[in-house]
Design a binder for this molecule. Structure first.
Ligand SMILES: NC(=O)c1ccc[n+]([C@@H]2O[C@H](COP(=O)([O-])OP(=O)(O)OC[C@H]3O[C@@H](n4cnc5c(N)ncnc54)[C@H](O)[C@@H]3O)[C@@H](O)[C@H]2O)c1
Length: 470
């Protein structure tokens, strides 16, 4: 009887519920996915990368912001390095660049092959210092003999500095060139190609027209917070248990003077949210979910968890009790998002955006190296409380201190998934389809309309049919 009375709630996770279909006012492609990552930070798509050292460094953060989301740079590195990563995103060109270009000493057949694969008539050539030497013309390479240094055939052409992408795009779009080189301080950054010029971009931009970037911090790390404040759009608290009086007190001391938005987390319960908002002068967002991640072992090690869907529902209830709107303190659903279906459930429950490491870890842009094992390609992926990640933290940051003597994460591999763009487009189309089924033309409408039903058994894709399509 006592045990029974101590069960205070039912912690639903993604597999326990479905969102019910509803009368749809729009077609899926018309669904607007713009949202907020925090009180003042708008995003075009409701997707944030988790601050994990196998996932979120500047390359991924820049690529994600170009597609409309926000990357949260991890804190497993010295303060100055994390600041540089945020700066790299802020200085990044506003178009996606093909990072490869022919070197001056390369042989013509390799360059020709590369140009053929991209369908290019021209390609910038760079020297070993990263300076652009000119452009190779495909027509010249067709007749050259193999072994000819391509640099010899280079013709001059315009070079665009970061900030001049609009002009470079215009050149390429109007067909004056097939490719344009973009440099940063004279050093080659990448090439804008015809494909890139024609693609539709909706980057997430700050007030000055630079890409959005967020950074993970510990509320105890005043030096890191000071170094990143005002540069990163959002400072995202990165502790496993924000609902700790010491963490709350440390956060209380720092939030007052912050220029950047501050997202508190991780939190899992209504009480955690109420205590956080009551004690802190400013909370610009809530990072909800404890122990839901695919690499997280907290629930096994400690017996404690707040599944992400449940945690979002708890936050929504707490905000309602406090008379706060979902747009005033946006909720970020963090942990265990396996794909767009889980994201739709999190959004329907009241989240403004989802945060994921797992979905992005296998992409080209993720921070970990690509590995070939037995003919298949993988990328390492690990929890931030795994042994390897903690060792790196303590080596890189002498101010870091261990609060626990136990690991709460594993180190593993995920399958290689190609460019981030592919994964994000799949995500966006899935979420759009979900909102379409639910009868919502925007996330705000989904909050108002969505209805959940409990599942009594598993549905779909469970017939024993073997998939042959790829
Ligand atoms: N989202 C999750 O479910 C989850 C779970 C475990 C770890 N992590 C991640 O792993 C990394 C390390 O996390 P961390 O918070 O253990 O590291 P940390 O050493 O940075 O801890 C920060 C502070 O959080 C508080 N805290 C953490 N765990 C606590 C507990 N069990 N009981 C009471 N207070 C506690 C303590 O005040 C501690 O000093 C972070 O990046 C974190 O986000 C995430």
């Amino acid at each position: 009887m006592l045990a029974q009375s101590r069960v205070v709630d039912e912690a639903l996770s993604f597999d326990d519920v479905v969102v019910l279909p509803g009368l749809s006012p729009v077609e899926p492609w018309q669904v607007d996915l713009s949202s907020k990552a925090s009180r003042r930070v708008q995003v075009r798509i409701p997707l944030l990368s988790a601050p994990m050292d196998t996932v979120s460094e500047w390359r991924l953060a820049a690529a994600l912001a170009l597609l409309g989301g926000v990357g949260v740079i991890h804190r497993n590195m010295p303060v100055e390095e994390q600041r540089r990563h945020v700066e790299m995103v802020k200085k990044h060109p506003l178009v996606e660049l093909s990072s490869a270009a022919a070197g001056e000493a390369d042989e013509c057949c390799r360059v020709r092959e590369y140009m053929r694969s991209l369908g290019l008539r021209q390609l910038p050539l760079v020297d070993s210092s990263g300076a652009v030497k000119g452009y190779a013309e495909f027509s010249d390479l067709e007749s050259c003999g193999c072994g000819t240094p391509v640099g010899k055939l280079a013709r001059p052409g315009p070079v665009f500095e970061v900030g001049e992408e609009a002009r470079a795009l215009e050149e390429v779009k109007r067909g004056r060139r097939d490719a344009a080189a973009v440099t940063l301080g004279g050093r080659f950054l990448g090439t804008i190609t015809v494909q890139e010029a024609l693609a539709v971009y909706s980057p997430a931009l700050d007030e000055e027209g630079r890409l959005r970037a967020a950074a993970a911090v510990s509320p105890f790390d005043a030096r890191r917070i000071e170094a990143l404040d005002g540069l990163a759009d959002i400072l995202v608290a990165d502790v496993a248990h924000f609902h700790n009086v010491n963490v709350l007190e440390a956060a209380r001391r720092i939030v007052k003077s912050l220029e950047s938005d501050f997202v508190a987390g991780n939190l899992g319960t209504r009480e955690g949210v109420i205590d956080t908002i009551t004690r802190l002068e400013r909370v610009d967002g809530l990072r909800m979910g404890i122990a839901g991640g695919s690499i997280c072992t907290t629930s096994g090690v400690a017996g404690v968890a707040a599944p992400t869907l449940f945690a979002v529902m708890q936050a929504r209830g707490a905000l309602r009790e406090m008379g706060l709107g979902l747009e005033e303190v946006p909720i970020i659903a963090d942990g265990g998002i396996r794909g767009p279906g889980d994201a739709v459930k999190a959004l329907a429950a009241g989240a403004s955006a989802v945060m994921t490491g797992y979905m992005l870890a296998g992409t080209d842009e993720a921070a970990a190296p690509l590995l070939r094992i037995g003919g298949s390609l993988y990328k390492p992926y690990r929890g931030m409380a795994s042994r390897g990640a903690l060792e790196r933290r303590f080596a890189a940051d002498r101010y870091s201190r261990a609060a626990k003597r136990v690991e709460e994460g594993i180190e593993g591999l995920v399958e290689y998934r190609g460019p981030l763009r592919r994964v994000v487009l799949e995500f966006v189309e899935g979420v759009r389809a979900g909102l379409g089924y639910a009868g919502a033309s925007s996330i705000k409408e989904l909050w108002a309309k969505a209805r959940f039903a409990r599942l009594t058994s598993r549905i779909g894709a469970y017939t024993g049919v073997v998939k042959t399509s790829v």
